[in-house]
Design a protein. Structure first.
Length: 100
């Protein structure tokens, strides 16, 4: 019984914490330079970036990170050193222009 209790305790200690405060937050562009934000998108290819309190979106390097029904839109965010920093693109659903 003691061995079973020790095994349970070890498993609990090695499991990731369920505390939301311990979760890693998303990168926040307001706390980095424009070059750092752009570089993060360029190196990861696709990343969710925070752009202010409770604001975030997914930014991509190229069309390959979008679905076939999406198109690229240039994306500008606020960074620590620029109010209009080009970081890459956002994937947006194509509106069917034939169905009006």
């Amino acid at each position: 019984m003691r061995l079973f209790a020790l095994a349970i305790a070890a498993a609990c200690l090695s499991a990731p914490s369920l505390n939301p405060a311990s979760a890693q937050g998303r990168p926040d562009t307001t706390h980095m330079s424009c070059a750092q934000a752009r570089g993060l998108v360029a190196t990861r290819g696709a990343v969710v970036l925070g752009t202010g309190p409770s604001l975030y979106d997914r930014y991509v390097e190229h069309r390959g990170f979008c679905t076939p029904s999406e198109e690229l839109r240039p994306a500008f965010v606020r960074s620590g050193d620029s109010p209009q920093c080009f970081v890459g693109y956002r994937c947006e659903e194509v509106i069917n222009r034939d169905n009006r």
